[in-house]
Ligand binder design. Sequence first.
Ligand code: SF4
Ligand code: SF4
Length: 349
Amino acid sequence: MMFNLDKKDFDHFLKDLLETHDLFAPVQLTEGVSVFKKIDNPGEVSLSQLVPQKSAKEVFFPQSEVMFRYQIAGNQGPTVSEQKIERERILLGARPCDIEAISIIEKVFTGEDYTDVYFAEKRKRTTIIGLGCNHPLSTCFCSSTGGGPFNRAGSDLFFTDLGDAYFVELLTEKGMAFRVNKFFKEADSEDLGLMKEIEDKASQKVDRTVPVEGIEKRLDLMVESPFWDRAHEKCIGCGVCTFLCPTCHCFDITDEAVNQKGQRVRNWDSCLFPIYSLETSGHNPRPTGRERTRQRLMHKFNYYPKNFGRVACVGCGRCILYCPVQFDIREALVYASAKRGKGRKGKFK
Ligand code: SF4
Ligand code: SF4
């Protein structure tokens, strides 16, 4: 079902949603810096930045999350879960790459053997309103990784910015719950034509040439390649690329306790940090940046595809945009895909 939402009504639409839902959306913190967070009033929402620094994964998998609190009494300690989701949730304004990334993390957190209740409950109770990307950036390569600037997979509702209005598509059962909304007007063929024109133009702009197809097999042959010596040289191990990446999902769990009381907290972690794989014995199987850079790329383009059938990268370009030393993951993929021998020139700078 297709509708139009006039931008003049947008704040009223959001205000209505806030009556019944917890609403998460991009919020601009300072000039050029946006993150996804829970909002209290429509004025906070800022949809202007195509790729907010921190991705929508935080709505389901926060950077720091108290799992439960406890108090020890004798040998036993009552625990109090911190997972309190009292209202249905809406994620608004997430771009197709971030939405695809949520499904990548979901496969890990809700596998056959184990379900992570913290992630699963948030996911189950969230309706996703996706927003197409009219003007993709030069660092976007979602079309190379199986997505696209108007990929609707994972969205319950999907918005396209037509200028004065949003073109609204209801795509799932959760989305259909919005079919009776006083701010939605039935879309006409002109709206549909404009939406398609915008979609076509945007799709042509996105790089489709980053070689991702079959990458896991090529990386099988590169485990001991001298490439890793070169690839890690300029990386300073700051972890920015992994923290901002919408598909990275490693975490550490810590007990923060004083006397008889405490809380168990889960925090994002990064395979690019030296102590990430440090074992209690003092042995570190990834002692240098070489092994850690290899781990980052192997996880995304070799281990994950072997387990789940697709690469764990959605081509959002954040790791390219925000790396302080301009490590470009696309160059690494091009290098890994070049024919061995003469054809494999020093493409990786
Ligand atoms: S952001 Fe760049 S420098 Fe920092 S860990 Fe990632 S690749 Fe290395
Ligand atoms: S690896 Fe880089 S381009 Fe791929 S999803 Fe992560 S941040 Fe985006």
